[in-house]
Design a protein around this ligand. Sequence first.
Ligand code: 4AD
Ligand code: MG
Length: 415
Amino acid sequence: MDGEKVTIAGWVQNIRVLGSIVFLKVRDKEGVSQVTITKDNPNFSMVKDITPESVVAVTGVVRKSEKAQNGWELIPEEIKVLSKAEVPLPLDISGKIESEFETRLNARFMDLRNPRVAAVFAIRDCVTTAIRNYAESKGFIEVHTPKIVGAGAEGGALLFPVDYFGKKAFLSQSPQLYKQMIMATGFDKVYEIAPYFRAEKSDTSRHVAEFIMLDVEMAFIESQEDVMKFLEEGIKRVFEHVKKHREEELSILGIELEVPKLPFPRITYSEAVEKLGLKQGQEIGTEEEKKLGKIIEEEKGTGLYFITLFPEEEKPFYIMEAGDGLSYSFDLELGGEEIASGGQREHRYDELVKRIKKKGLKPENFAFYLNAFKYGMPPHGGFGLGVDRLVQKMLGLPNIREVVLHPRDLKRVLP
Ligand code: 4AD
Ligand code: MG
């Protein structure tokens, strides 16, 4: 383009005044360009007043230059300041001066001007694209279930109440009941990527009150193994897609992404507690889960594995019992943390009512859901996968909030 007239627009990354010459670095989403202004240029006097991070549009002629970082420079005819940035800036986007995470979240619009932070969100986009491509390629259709609901599905304590025209309603904590009801419609493979809400009172690095979940439900399965196969292949595809399409972002983050091999190891809950030296029936807590992650990593060389056949007591009412106090359920683990839960559902009406009662719940409260099991409901199963957690663990980030644009937690509802 040497000698061509162009306009570039973006943020002023840097201004360097060297006596009779000024270098303006302008950043847009493609990269950084150098604008060179010599003393004889009519813009020379105004350019010194431009503040860092202001938005400018520069029209000028492209010139080859061996000294410029990317091999060319722009000789400006006109420099327009489209938006002047105040001084000082809320944070240093170069990352040279580290900012408190709270400061970064308060000025997230500016935090994302840091290429390392932007890389995370570009990768996140690639993850959801890969999920959609994969699900569609396997004949799944995307559905949209309600986010304002009249009943919880995953245990009552964690619901956010909503004043719904004077009646009590809740923000949905999962699409569980709705995706199952669709299994009675003839749409036998569905998925949804959507926000869910849980009033988590615990302040941890892996919980937020609003998170994005991938939900999948499939009918006419023979066992939960069908669901696990779909999930593990999907995870592999996601890793492959990110590796292929976000090479630059991964290198900015210094991450060498390893595509996992199929099949992922499967260990039963019973084997897991044995490895951990716990009693059968005991819950695997956060710390034990991490420890288990290390043990399996050593034994099998991967952080991605399934734990299957949990005690039915630990799993929600909709899960099918497997006898001996167990259930057809699984968790998918990555780096010592659960990223997905799923299993085969109880599709037999009478058994389902029994399970609801067994959990101390009232079948009347689930009448709308139970109805769908009275008139022909095929065997089915599915899972819910935390998209935020998947991205966090995939990139080895210490806190889930790093991958959420505007995290919602105990302290934060703004911005
Ligand atoms: O394990 P959970 O509660 O399972 C369900 O919601 C079932 N309906 C799934 C099914 O189809 N059987 O949630 C699923 C996943 C978790 O593994 C986790 O990755 C994510 O959702 N998740 C959260 N992520 C961030 N913050 C929170 N507060 C989360 N709660 C769950
Ligand atoms: Mg779970």
